[in-house]
Design a binder for this molecule. Structure first.
Ligand code: 5GP
Ligand code: ZN
Length: 114
C-alpha cells in the first residue's frame, strides 16, 4: 500500500533494523522500544488490522507466531518468557494501520495490559 509506513519499511524505502525476513514475513526492531527486546513482526502484504483476519489468513498468522517464537529464541528470551501483543483500532491502541505483532521481553512484564 502506497501510503503505509510499514509497507515502506518492507520495501526498504524507510530504513529499519531488520531482524528477520522471508517471503511472507518481515521483522524489525521497534523505533521506540518498550522493553530490552521489542521487535515488530509484520506480514509483507498489507493487512490493515487483526480485525481483517479471516480463515484464509490462518496459515499466515500461524507462521507469524512461529517466527515470533524463533526470534524470541535468537534474542535469548525464549526460556524466561515474553509477550506477544496485537493492538487493533483506535481504542485498542493501534497507531500504525498495518498488522503487527509486538514481541516484548528482556524484563519482567507487568500483569496490567491497559
Ligand atoms: P501500535 O501502537 O500501532 O501497536 O505500534 C506501532 C509501533 O510502531 C510503535 O511501538 C512504534 O514505536 C513503532 N513505530 C512507529 N514508527 C516506526 C518506524 O518508523 N520505525 C520503527 N522501527 N518502528 C516504528
Ligand atoms: Zn502496509
Amino acid at each position: 500500500m502506497e501510503d503505509c509506513l510499514f509497507c515502506k519499511i518492507v520495501a526498504g524505502k524507510i530504513p529499519s533494523q531488520t531482524v528477520y525476513q522471508d517471503d511472507q514475513v518481515f521483522a524489525f526492531r521497534d523505533i521506540n522500544p518498550q522493553a530490552p527486546v521489542h521487535v515488530l513482526i509484520i506480514p509483507k502484504t498489507h493487512i490493515t488490522a487483526v480485525s481483517d483476519i479471516t480463515k484464509e489468513h490462518i496459515p499466515l498468522l500461524g507462521h507469524m507466531v512461529v517466527i515470533a517464537n524463533q526470534i524470541a529464541q535468537s534474542e535469548g528470551i525464549f526460556e524466561k518468557g515474553y509477550r506477544l501483543a496485537i493492538n487493533c483500532g483506535k481504542e485498542g491502541g493501534q497507531a500504525v494501520a498495518h498488522l503487527h505483532i509486538h514481541l516484548l521481553g528482556g524484563r519482567q512484564m507487568s500483569g496490567k495490559l491497559g
